[in-house]
Ligand binder design. Structure first.
Ligand code: EPU
Length: 340
């Protein structure tokens, strides 16, 4: 049932070397239920792996890696106002978004071309260009790997926030408690483009597109991502390496006085999101390497593995960048990927 001592370097897009003591690829939900009851696995560590595109491996994993390969997408329902579209946990997110658009069920186009699986989308509440998965998520179906029982989570249960969810806050993404088997999105039939994000608006304007269709929105997003974000197959990376810090409005105002070009995105009356990429660029780390890793030259927030990096290299660069930002701006950057 399990493979042993499996090389994980091709299962994480940052391409860090590590081995899994036990490894299993899951194609059917029944396999998951069997895993939960398997006597050899009682008390063992577990990790549920999706596309490995938001993952930093610190070293070999002693325990079982459950590689989610459940496939399937469908129209789960429809009412006067909405389409309910479902993806199995192991579906490729980007393929799923493209498929919904082809079917004439728009809504997820701003989230086009994000690497990873559909099942991972709610865990960190993936987001891009002014939209988050949580804006359209309806519910999550999971299997509790401690008991082997199915467990539904409503959108309210998931308690989504900026790159955060109940799954992360409870540490279930690290303990392998749940495997997300299916995600269901609720897409309004009355579609409107969400084109307010500065860079996206500029891209549409460049193409002279005043009233974009869903396909044109997706094309603009894909063009932007292709231009700024490295393809992991060519240059291994895990997407944004730090979260954009959310600070108090007073702190952001004071920082803005000292640095007038600082990008600021008010979240509430009392909190403002800052652009970590901008902060990193100001400290001179954009396009700079430390050993075999570096901060990407076209998007400073992306840490890239230029070849043969280990976790130690990633740790050294992370520390150097965080120290530079703390010293210069008094801001503490928090890594964005899951660190296992
Ligand atoms: N900026 C710089 N220098 C840089 C990068 C950014 O000055 O090297 C400035 C930009 O000019 C802009 C601001 O920072 O004023 C924001 O930059 P951008 O629009 O590129 O987005 P981001 O905040 O760096 C976030 C997400 C991305 C997502 C983009 C687009 C996080 C941690 N990252 O990046 O998500 O694609 O917005 O919506 O929230 C990911 O999570 O892996 C990811 C790629």
């Amino acid at each position: 049932m399990f493979q042993q001592q499996v090389d994980l370097s091709t299962y994480n897009t940052l391409a860090l070397p590590a081995r899994a003591e036990f490894f299993v690829t899951v194609d059917r939900v029944e396999q998951l239920a069997a895993l939960a009851k398997h006597p050899d696995l009682a008390g063992r560590r577990r990790f549920v792996l999706g596309g490995g595109s938001n993952l930093v491996l610190t070293g070999d994993f002693s325990g079982l890696v459950v590689h989610m390969n459940l496939k399937g997408k469908s129209l789960a329902g429809e009412d006067g106002e909405h389409f309910y579209v479902a993806a199995a946990g192991g579906e490729n997110w980007s393929d799923f978004v493209r498929w919904t658009l082809e079917q004439g069920w728009p809504g997820l186009e701003n989230l086009s071309f994000i690497p990873g699986t559909a099942g991972a989308a709610p865990i960190q509440n993936i987001g891009a260009y002014g939209v988050e998965a949580g804006d359209f998520l309806h519910m999550v179906e999971a299997l509790d790997l401690d008991t082997g029982r199915p467990c539904p989570f409503s959108i309210d249960d998931c308690a989504l926030a900026y790159r955060d969810s109940l799954f992360k806050r409870e540490g279930w993404h690290l303990s392998g408690r749940y495997a997300i088997t299916r995600v269901i999105f609720r897409l309004p039939k009355r579609w409107r483009p969400r084109a307010a994000y500065g860079e996206l608006a500029a891209e549409l304007e460049r193409g002279n597109i005043a009233q974009p269709t869903p396909a044109q929105m997706a094309a603009a997003v894909i063009a932007l991502r292709r231009r700024k974000l490295p393809d992991p197959l060519q240059l291994p990376n895990a997407g944004s390496f730090f979260q954009n810090p959310i600070v108090s409005a007073e702190f952001a105002a004071a920082l803005g006085e000292a640095h007038p070009t600082l990008p600021r995105y008010p979240q509430t009356d009392s909190h403002v999101k800052l652009a970590a990429g901008w902060l990193i660029e100001q400290t001179g780390w954009k396009g700079r390497n430390l050993g075999p890793v570096g901060m990407y030259e076209k998007q400073a927030l992306v840490l890239v593995n230029r070849g043969g990096a280990t976790f130690r290299d990633v740790q050294n660069l992370t520390r150097a960048v965080r120290e530079a930002i703390l010293a210069r701006f008094g801001v503490n950057l928090v890594p964005e990927p899951v660190i296992l």
